[in-house]
Design a protein. Structure first.
Length: 92
């Protein structure tokens, strides 16, 4: 496993980041709309988005005051679906 693979897997290994990947599956979404989906302040969600952008998981574009995010690493959807479809109990 490469260092990049480890970084990407660690980068999505958080419930908020997995939820963001799933939200961005079909469309681009404004940062404030993403933040509205979570019970935390915008700063916390912004930190997750920044990490994901730095890892190349998402990309962003600015339109005036708004920042829109879209999923860049679309293959993560397949990975998440694969994980969800594996039978058996997940024990750590």
């Amino acid at each position: 496993m490469s260092e990049r693979q480890v970084k990407i897997l660690k980068g999505i290994a958080h419930p908020v980041r997995i939820a963001i990947v799933q939200m961005l599956a079909d469309k681009e979404i404004c940062a404030y709309k993403i933040a509205e989906k979570f019970p935390w302040d915008r700063t916390t969600v912004s930190k997750h988005l920044t990490l994901m952008r730095e890892l190349g998981i998402v990309e962003d574009r600015r339109d005036g005051q708004s920042i829109y995010y879209r999923l860049k690493m679309r293959c993560l959807l397949t990975v998440l679906e694969c994980i969800e479809n594996v039978e058996g109990e997940c024990v750590l």
